[in-house]
Design a binder for this molecule. Structure first.
Ligand SMILES: Nc1ncnc2c1ncn2[C@@H]1O[C@H](COP(=O)(O)OP(=O)(O)O)[C@@H](O)[C@H]1O
Ligand SMILES: [Mg+2]
Length: 354
């Protein structure tokens, strides 16, 4: 059987660059060589695209771009070529045809529809949600707008743009009229809890707003949802598969960067310690959210379960963490009995049959 020519893109000009390296390293380890011809393309944190012929370790320890055999790689805008132009170090160039792109990029310039748009323009199938869906899920204001219009419950919210004449004192008044303390302040477009704070008074509000504005021109304010966080791994295009529901057990204010990647006080339970009825409801809700935001390929749907057993959407991650201990592959393994290698085969299959 002919092997599928798969381009894995990792890194990226995003605050989640390093996380992408770990996700990519795990995914690459699990790509079966008998089915795929893999081309590795790294994007440096400055945004330079490089062909990378080295080892997984160099990706994992962030030395990959120092490999002397790296060379420039350009995604060709030629929809007939469908692939990349490799600018070799000896000044020659090669055309590298690709059947499918697997962007393993988190956050801005990767998970937000930009790479997806390029692939759509150049006619190359790619793993994960399309351009529109990726952009909607990345921008927390637009996730709210679409979900509100489709009757999907989310926290009460406000969006604030960092304009020249923004008066924070005045904004705080409006915030208190519309939302209830404590309030979450989040950059509209970020991830891994970067720029997020939970505030209880004006001083914290001012600090939190400036902190969030360091990450994005637009921030989202949300009333705090009581309860705990659950997640669902969703997989598919028209026909949808749902993995096990997981749960984040936490003793801190929120699931911050440190907890996400070092789990000091938090713990992920997969399956979640909730009733079968609630699990079923969470899965059904996740499916509705996936459809409402026109997701395809994959997404991890993060929700809250309140003390009165209400399920409320927090956010949708269109390129969820993909390390071997990440939530998405674990939920797929536990719920669908699908290992990481099978998952990759399925994701590429979904991309090529969209
Ligand atoms: N409205 C909210 N109510 C309660 N907790 C929240 C709320 N919004 C965010 N959080 C907490 O902050 C964490 C990060 O927020 P999230 O919207 O998921 O941002 P990111 O895209 O950075 O992961 C969540 O996992 C949760 O612990
Ligand atoms: Mg999150």
């Amino acid at each position: 059987m002919k092997k599928t020519k798969l381009a894995v893109i990792f890194g990226g000009k995003s605050s989640e660059y390093l996380i992408s390296l770990h996700s990519a390293a795990s995914a690459i380890k699990n790509i079966p060589n008998d089915k795929f011809d893999v081309t590795l393309i790294g994007i440096t944190s400055e945004g330079k695209w490089l062909y990378f012929p080295g080892s997984i370790e160099e990706i994992d320890n962030n030395t990959w771009f120092e490999n002397p055999n790296c060379c420039e790689m350009i995604l060709s805008p030629d929809a007939v070529l469908k692939g990349f132009i490799k600018l070799n170090n000896d000044k020659t160039f090669d055309k590298v045809e690709i059947d499918c792109v697997f962007p393993i990029l988190h956050g801005k310039h990767g998970e937000d529809g930009t790479i997806q748009g390029l692939c759509e323009l150049y006619g190359i199938p790619f793993v994960g949600c399309d351009m529109l869906s990726s952009a909607l899920c990345m921008d927390k204001e637009f996730t709210h707008i679409v979900c509100n219009s489709k009757n999907i419950k989310m926290a009460p919210y406000m969006a604030v743009v960092n304009e020249k004449n923004l008066d924070l004192k005045d904004t705080y008044k409006k915030v208190l009229e519309n939302l209830s303390l404590p309030i979450f302040i989040k950059p509209a477009n970020a991830g891994s809890s970067y720029g997020i704070s939970k505030i209880r008074n004006y001083d914290e509000f001012e600090k939190g707003m400036n902190f969030a504005f360091d990450h994005d021109r637009k921030v989202i304010l949300e009333s705090t949802i009581e309860g705990f966080e659950i997640g669902c791994a969703v997989l598919g295009n028209g026909e949808i598969l749902i993995g096990e529901v997981d749960e984040i057990e936490m003793y801190k204010d929120f699931f911050d960067y440190n907890e996400k990647y070092h789990s000091t006080t938090s713990k992920i339970h997969c399956p979640a310690r909730i009733s079968d009825e609630l699990k079923l409801e969470a899965k059904e809700t996740a499916k509705c959210i996936y459809k409402a935001l026109e997701c395809s390929g994959m997404a991890r749907i993060d929700m809250f379960l309140t003390p009165t057993n209400e399920i409320i959407l927090n956010e949708v991650n269109t390129i969820p963490g993909l390390t071997s201990v990440s939530r998405y592959p674990s939920m797929v393994k536990v719920g669908l009995n699908m290992g990481y290698t099978e998952l990759i085969i399925e994701l590429v299959n979904l991309a090529m049959n969209r």
